[in-house]
Design a protein around this ligand. Sequence first.
Ligand SMILES: NC(=O)c1ccc[n+]([C@@H]2O[C@H](COP(=O)([O-])OP(=O)(O)OC[C@H]3O[C@@H](n4cnc5c(N)ncnc54)[C@H](O)[C@@H]3O)[C@@H](O)[C@H]2O)c1
Length: 346
Amino acid sequence: MRILVTGVAGFMGGHVAQGLASVGYEVVGIDDLSGGFEENVPEGVHFFELDLRDSEKTEAVVGEYPPDVLCHLAANAREGASQFQPRDVCGRNLMAYANVLVPAIRSGVKKVVLYSSMAVYGDQQAPFDECMPRQPADIYGVNKTAMEEMTEILADVHEFMYTTIRPHNVFGERQSLQDPFRNVVGIFMNRIMRGEPLYVYGDGEQKRAFSYIGDSLPAFLRAAELRPELDGEVVNVGGKTPITVNELIEIVGTECGDVVEVIYLPERPREVTHAYSTWQKSVELLRYEERFGLREGIRRMAEWARAKGPQPWSDERLELPSAKAPHIWLTEEDRQEGIPGKRSQP
Ligand SMILES: NC(=O)c1ccc[n+]([C@@H]2O[C@H](COP(=O)([O-])OP(=O)(O)OC[C@H]3O[C@@H](n4cnc5c(N)ncnc54)[C@H](O)[C@@H]3O)[C@@H](O)[C@H]2O)c1
């Protein structure tokens, strides 16, 4: 059976591809290396460096290697920054997905595993349950919502199986340490290694349930199986125990190194305060279990991060720099050109 993994050079895509290849599937991978790293692509995977926004090239690769299963992980997954880079987020989420899904359906795909997000729940009362309506509160969540609905509609009309995964706050080895816009665990570790302060948006009492990749991966791999009971299901996958960002700092500090200072910044616009999910369905359908747990997962990631050493931050300009964006996201060029929103303030 051939499985196409998009986002294969990313953090989760690399782990998923490795897991699938290790149990004997033929794995084809696509990634444009915009957020991932070639070293994350596991050996034995037939890799194409390709931007899924290029529909012609995508069509050619999918046509040449028609997948039985499509695991779609490629994304710009910067939820908090999505309000400030909506065009890139729409292109790398909804449009990229349509570009790979169409040729996959045309070539007879049997099953699609869509990696969606908890962002589809928006600002509802946590814990988020799979039965809750989709009510996204940001541009990233809007894209994941549209991708979920597109999957459901096309699966109904064109008759393929699908399972939608809503992972949450996954961390672990191979995660980018360089992206200043997302992966709070990786950002904190890189700042600690660089001797920089940790920045927290709001008072740090917002709750999240962090999930170590070693715990989530077996459930991710099971989602790719052609089991009828998984067909048409939406499943939250991730940590069972919510903690606050302040508690996370305490754990990361203990496992990774000394925290020089914690600086509290204003809340990010449209950030959901308490975001964590129910996990019972993932246990029932995908046998999710926490073999490592949060502290052991952080310890393992910290060991990996220390071996890698401090990383330079990627410096990318936002499409819509604004005074409402955290000031640490703005570049020198943004400041020189003037920040919209600030100019009108006295
Ligand atoms: N990590 C999490 O906590 C988390 C939580 C919820 C959902 N997810 C979802 O899981 C998936 C994987 O997340 P991740 O943390 O591994 O992210 P990641 O950024 O490490 O991986 C995404 C990969 O997609 C690639 N990509 C982006 N645009 C592309 C394009 N146009 N063409 C080809 N490749 C492209 C990037 O280069 C990157 O390697 C994403 O869909 C994300 O939305 C992740």
